[in-house]
Design a protein around this ligand. Sequence first.
Ligand SMILES: [Zn+2]
Ligand SMILES: [Zn+2]
Length: 134
Amino acid sequence: MHGRCLCGRVKFEVTEPISACVNCHCESCRRQCSAPMTTYIGVPDGQWSWTREHTTVFNSSPGVERTFCSACGSPMSFRSKTMSDVMHFYVAAMDEPDVFAPTLHVAYEEKLPWLDLDDGLPTSFGPDYTKPST
Ligand SMILES: [Zn+2]
Ligand SMILES: [Zn+2]
């Protein structure tokens, strides 16, 4: 499966199975994507690669690396030291975003109050999707 930025200077490849697909409401994702929430997939190292790399890395907090296209600015990925063997890509950057369905909301305590979601998915406080709280 492939993904790319808006201008196409960044391309990447993902091999299934992915480890997770979640909606994230945390302020950092929200600000990086300039969107009220984002949806990302977790991909273990060894199952993804840049096929065209033109990214800039930004450390949004200690131990968290976020990348974006150096030309068009599209947010591409983030990874955290606390899950150092997993890369996260935004589903909206995938060529086929419809095939990835989220199973959980994380950082739900940061959800914007006017964002009205009625999808029946479980919710979790904090960023850790490996330990859902509900
Ligand atoms: Zn680009
Ligand atoms: Zn987030």
